[in-house]
Design a protein around this ligand. Structure first.
Ligand SMILES: Cc1cc2nc3c(=O)[nH]c(=O)nc-3n(C[C@H](O)[C@H](O)[C@H](O)COP(=O)(O)OP(=O)(O)OC[C@H]3O[C@@H](n4cnc5c(N)ncnc54)[C@H](O)[C@@H]3O)c2cc1C
Length: 328
């Protein structure tokens, strides 16, 4: 068993920011990440993170990792599973390794929402894709579509337009009001993007790979559109299994309910980033990083007050002062 002042679950902006602050508070810090960099690493060019006019998301995350490493943060790659919460001591397993923390920071983010169509899973990676930055470049000069009406979908359509010959953007709503105005302005200039409002994907056609999709509305007299790829950008849902196991209070959207200092309903457990309800529906790298800093600060105060002695009881041998020993 390895012991830490704080264990941070996650590998995105919230987790790395928490790790940087935690290490600077001189706490022994373990960061466990399943996929390095989280959503930011595949978000493409980032133009709204202060300090960088434009930076690739993966590079931004590498910078954060480098900073955390230089401060002495221990990093372990793998899926973290919670084993126990014994009076404010949090045991976490990664494969065969077991770790214990006096405090726990949950920054596991959200997972991409699926369309829920019958052969969606079977066609994943075979024409159905969830990451434009990762898979978009493969479809150079091809006909592709992206489904979604939020800012991520608009950013994705802009990226695809620079690679593909034609991009259909399938939007359930009647407008793109949820997109950042600057991204929407860029979209309007892309002549090869055809936005289909108030339209839904009804069916995915293809066995070994995607051949076409069936829409709820016809375009040019047909509901069938032949495609090389369909990118899905319809939002995400919080990864709620660990908070659920811990008994952490969540709202009806499965976001962790936190106070202004990122405390959850469970003593010694803090949360940061997209998994929380802290900023309403507004979930960005800058808000995740800010929440990570707050969560680490709360963990530091927690370790300094009651967590320090409690969790160490079974980590270090207990030497009782002579006058406390009761002779029988
Ligand atoms: C396509 C797209 C474009 C975007 N563009 C922008 C943009 O331009 N600007 C902006 O500010 N924001 C943008 N965002 C939003 C931004 O990426 C997120 O707000 C941000 O990544 C949230 O960070 P996070 O650390 O909370 O979560 P995430 O980045 O989702 O990281 C969660 C991490 O937790 C890890 N994890 C999950 N479960 C476990 C487990 N059991 N054990 C260990 N690790 C686990 C994951 O592997 C991952 O590393 C974009 C998002 C998308 C999808």
């Amino acid at each position: 068993m390895q012991y830490y002042d704080t264990i941070i679950l996650g590998g995105g902006a919230a987790a790395f920011s928490a790790a940087i602050y935690s290490a600077r508070y001189q706490m022994t810090t373990l960061l466990i990440h399943e996929e390095f960099g989280g959503e930011t690493s595949s978000a493409g060019p980032i133009e709204n993170y202060p300090g960088f006019k434009k930076i690739d998301g993966f590079e931004l995350m590498q910078n954060m990792e480098e900073q955390a490493k230089a401060l002495g943060v221990t990093m372990v790659s793998g899926k973290a599973e919670l084993t126990e919460n014994i009076h404010h001591c949090f045991q976490v397993r990664v494969g065969k390794e077991l770790f214990e923390g006096k405090t726990l920071i949950i920054a596991v983010g959200m997972e991409r929402r699926k369309m829920g169509l019958p052969n969606e899973d079977a066609l994943k990676g075979k024409g159905i894709h969830y990451c434009v930055t990762c898979d978009g470049p493969v479809f150079k000069k091809k006909v592709v579509a992206i489904v979604g009406g939020g800012d991520s979908a608009v950013k994705g359509a802009n990226q695809l337009a620079d690679v593909a010959e034609k991009v259909y953007m399938i939007v359930r709503e009647k407008d793109l009001h949820r997109a950042e105005p600057i991204n929407f302005e860029q979209l309007k200039k892309k002549v090869n993007v055809h936005v289909l409002y108030e339209t839904e994907v009804r069916e995915l056609v293809g066995e070994k790979k995607l051949k076409s999709i069936q829409l709820s509305k016809s375009i040019n007299g047909s509901v069938t559109v032949d495609l090389h790829a369909l990118f899905v950008a319809i939002g995400a849902i919080p990864r709620s299994s660990i908070p659920h196991e811990l008994g952490v209070a969540m709202n009806d959207r499965s976001e962790i309910i936190v106070d202004r200092m990122m405390k959850t309903s469970v003593d010694g457990v803090f949360a940061a980033g997209d998994i929380t309800d802290a900023t309403g529906g507004f979930k960005q790298i800058v808000t995740a990083a800010a929440q990570g800093a707050l969560a680490a600060t709360s963990a530091y105060h927690d370790v300094g007050t009651h967590a320090a002695n409690v969790c160490n009881l079974h980590a270090v041998p207990i030497v009782m002062p002579a006058h406390d020993i009761i002779k029988t």
